[in-house]
Design a binder for this molecule. Sequence first.
Ligand code: PLP
Length: 425
Amino acid sequence: MINEKILHLGKERSAIRELFEQGKILKEKYGEESVFDFSIGNPSLLPPKAVNETIENLLKVSKIIDARGKNNIDIEIYSPNNDYKYRKLSSNDLHGYTSAQGDNEVRDAIKKHLEKSYGVELDKDLIYMLVGAAAGLSIAMNALISNKDDEVIVFAPFFPEYRVFIESNGGKCISVSPDYKTFYPDFDDFEKKINKNTVCVIINSPNNPTGVVYDEEVIKKICSVLKKKEKEYGNPIYIISDEPYRELIYNDKKSYPFITKYYDNSIINYSFSKSMSLPGERIGYTMVNPKAQDASDLYLAICGAGRAKGYVCAGTLFQFVIPHVLGSYSDFSVYKRNSQILYDALTKIGYEVVYPDGAFYLFVKALCEDGKEFSEKAMDYNLILVPSESFGIKGYFRIAYCVGKDKIEKSIEKFRQLYDFYKNK
Ligand code: PLP
């Protein structure tokens, strides 16, 4: 028998992907130029140059090895990361399996890079290389949810796949309301939603879909609530910090509060999809805080979940690329400029917009109660916008502004016409 729950997931498709498909149909009908597809978080920027240079260098080295017919020779290859110069490569290394949890040297380079960047102490043997942040979330849920009453807290509005990963691993997804002024969590609601069944809380900053960045005060507040509740219930309550947008912060005054500094029972989930514009390469990692209670067992449970779900040995070529390019990013100034142009124009027209500090999303109040209805109407203007109901709250919509500046500028007249339609209704 086919698993009905899983069949439903396949049939239902994500609302974002559905809109992305509808966008393609509109583009065929009206031409690419006339459609403003703000549906999906697919980075428009090129990866940093260092990525392609490193791939070319690795392939050159691999060819030399093949030509010499020798194994394990040292060849220095150019590396934009000053802390990582070269590695020994053997014949066919680039296309062979690594350890299930990822290559040892790659994990060590990531650990050193993070320690240097954030002044923290980590452990390469608690890092698990993965095919993007999505896989990290899925295996973390598998590792932590052990019975049907287990609950995972998410802060609305939230990335829709959180619910999928939680429920498909047998847990309950518990949504905490936002404070509608700041789009930080509503702390009263947060406290109320924690109980003896709470196994973990997923935080996501810079945030998809709001673009809000949690500052140190917010992180400290979340941690202090959880520490109090851990004591009250006598169980660990883990924080999963889902941070694919970690480096995409536009407000110079906001630095990134690295979660291991504030909370011991934490897991970090990272992906190179957004910061290096490599979403199709499916490369990222998940990492257990060395200070977590029973950290090595927690890591082994992550390894077990990776094994159970078949997420072993992330793509080797891209694992080998990563150490050379750590610290290189796409040119985020393009996103910053897009966010500013859109924010200024939409607020001037009269829209209520959440101030964007990071990621590449703008969250805007719809002009009717139902975000879905609004998003459907927007299609009449060839604007593809994601309704906030997909993210667990009503009455807003998301614009993914990771597109060219031209598209942003040309879309403004469409947003004005849409606004006028509702105001003259
Ligand atoms: N988490 C959040 C908040 C995201 O926005 C995304 C992708 O858009 C993911 C996880 C999944 O990222 P990846 O493409 O690396 O699997």
